[in-house]
Design a protein around this ligand. Sequence first.
Ligand SMILES: Nc1nc2c(ncn2[C@@H]2O[C@H](COP(=O)(O)OP(=O)(O)OP(=O)(O)O)[C@@H](O)[C@H]2O)c(=O)[nH]1
Ligand SMILES: [Mg+2]
Length: 369
Amino acid sequence: MTEARQCAGCGVPLQSEDKQKIGYVPTSTMEKENPICQRCFKIKHYNEVAQVAMDDEDFIRILNGIAGTKALVVNVVDIFDFNGSWLKGLHRFVGNNPVLLVGNKLDLLPKAINPNRLVNWMKYQSKQLGLRPVDVVLCSASKGMGMERFIQALGEHRNRQDVYVVGATNVGKSTLINRILKEYGESEVELTTSRFPGTTLDMIEIPIDKQTSLYDTPGIINRDQIVHMVTAEDLKLISPEKTVNPKIFQLNDQQTLFLGGMARIDFVKGDRQSFVVYASNRITIHRTKLEKAEELYTSHVGTDLLSPPTGENVKMLPPMRKRSFKIESGSKKDIVISGLGWITVGGAGALVDVYAPDGVSVTIREALI
Ligand SMILES: Nc1nc2c(ncn2[C@@H]2O[C@H](COP(=O)(O)OP(=O)(O)OP(=O)(O)O)[C@@H](O)[C@H]2O)c(=O)[nH]1
Ligand SMILES: [Mg+2]
């Protein structure tokens, strides 16, 4: 814990000297019971962008202490962007501590999803990524889904020890803790949450009982997450806020689908089959002939036809990079464009080229639905 008082919203040490620096509060606010810094105040009341220049190194240093303690680590991922929100090097932070894996933002997935299948898929993925969680639970922190099961798992696995909530930025760690506090706690404290990455700035201790505490931690920034490549304005359009409605297209080969101007999916070769898009409802999906795709992109990206990115924001986007996939016939596959969503390809066998901003991971998996 730092000597200075901490902001109750984001954890930053408070100061009243410099308005331009983080942690600023007017002297009068400093005296209050749970003071929050000016930045948190602005996020809470005006939805302002939360950007501050903090190094990933700073955040990693904060997490590095966990390995030396005896605690339960709750690793939160965004199930809409599982790979993109995976905390790389997690095993280093956790040491020998048990990990409870939480798939958050369940409300974004279509109702047709089979939760058991999703949990099994997450277990399998974790294993591939070098982690064996003691348990996997699904929830929606913002909607309050799955909380009973989560609390039960927490009680079961924490052995009356501390709990650290960790994860990549923006997965909903603080929202999850607020939800627990609201439903099970007596504390008046409300952690700051926002749509923008990098909201929580330091470890925040929330006492569970006399001996143990729950800790919120700053999210690690994965540079390859799409949120770091778009403007605040476009982030709003790209990140789904509600359940994504599948959009079904029957395609012949040599046809192309555009996910706004963020991605282009060319059905190069294969029998006519369905391509089902799962992405934010605010991304315009445009279908065209493959031979016209290149020209259409160049002349229309940023316009209503192919947006987001909107207007000039296109200049911020890294150049499009092509990745090719061969999908064998017989099984349905999801092509996942990290942070944007995924496209389920019908199962008749297909050659597919995907263009997405360089740095954004594009992967293939067994269809989730
Ligand atoms: N749809 C949906 N959105 C959620 C859910 N939980 C959190 N969010 C949203 O995700 C965004 C990030 O939430 P935070 O709680 O600030 O995320 P965080 O992991 O604490 O982020 P950092 O502090 O930057 O590491 C906010 O816009 C939340 O409203 C959820 O269950 N469903
Ligand atoms: Mg947070």
